[in-house]
Design a protein around this ligand. Structure first.
Ligand code: DG2
Length: 248
């Protein structure tokens, strides 16, 4: 069966500090590197062999992918990076501590900003130096397409053109693909693949560096999906991600 494996990057410096990250280009922590290496070892143990890999323009995802491929002796495979796989842009929230934000604005509001389908945080101003228009890596992206904030809906709308034109069609010739990205950009892809409703997607929380496998039938419809790892442990990791938006 053809497969696509989705993988959120390992723990980043701002995951550790519990800060909204979005398009901020923070590095992996030591734990994050170890998590990425473990994901590579697990994928190797299960006999995965990727034809091609995709990742974002953000180093926490790129470095996770490199660690995984290194552990699998697959450093040689083609890798494509796209800004369209970047994390949801968290607007003005980027850099703020999630628990402190819950103290200030309430847990309900933080849940809306983190998990609602179509409500975006306040946008960055045009002059804010964090505005992606000032970042050379996006110089080929038309300004109108560069976000200042995003809801999950906006994130899905910018991922899908790339998913439909590049990633998914390559399954016609490839057997197994790897996509290393972010909590919310992957939630968007999972919503699309599993046809999850706008209401139910609120409950999905992705742990760092746990491979999520999608299997496709001969018509390239999803036949099966499962995480690699101990279900009890994965459940706890998902709860911990959900709790990051609670007061201390
Ligand atoms: C996190 C996700 O993105 O945060 O932007 O803060 O996956 O790149 O670490 P990632 C961020 P939540 O939506 O879970 O708060």
């Amino acid at each position: 069966m053809k497969k696509i494996v989705l993988l959120r990057h390992g723990e980043s410096a701002w995951n550790k500090e519990n800060r909204f990250t979005g398009w901020t280009d923070v590095d992996l922590t030591e734990k994050g590197v170890a998590e990425a290496e473990k994901a590579g070892e697990t994928l190797k143990e299960y006999g995965f062999n990727f034809d091609k890999a995709y990742t974002s323009y953000l180093k926490r995802a790129v470095k996770t992918l490199n660690c995984v491929l290194d552990k699998m002796n697959l450093d040689w495979i083609p890798v494509e990076k796209s800004w369209r796989l970047n994390e949801k842009h968290y607007g003005e929230l980027q850099g703020l501590n999630k628990a402190e934000t819950a103290e200030k604005y309430g847990e309900e509001q933080v849940l809306v900003w983190r998990r609602s389908y179509d409500i975006a945080p306040h946008p960055l101003s045009e002059s804010d130096l964090r505005n992606p228009r000032f970042d050379y890596r996006y110089h080929e992206v038309p300004d109108a397409e560069l976000p200042r904030t995003e809801s999950l809906k906006d994130t899905i709308e910018r991922i899908m053109p790339y998913w439909e034109s590049d990633i998914f069609p390559s399954l016609k010739t490839a057997h197994t693909l790897l996509v290393v990205a972010h909590g919310n950009s992957l939630r968007g892809i999972i919503k699309h693949l599993k046809n999850i409703s706008d209401e139910d997607i609120v409950k999905l929380n992705l742990p760092t560096a746990v491979p999520y496998v999608f299997e496709f039938d001969e018509n390239l419809n999803v036949a099966n999906d499962y995480f690699l790892g101990n279900p009890e442990e994965i459940k706890k990791l998902m709860e911990a991600v959900a709790n990051q938006g609670k007061k201390k």
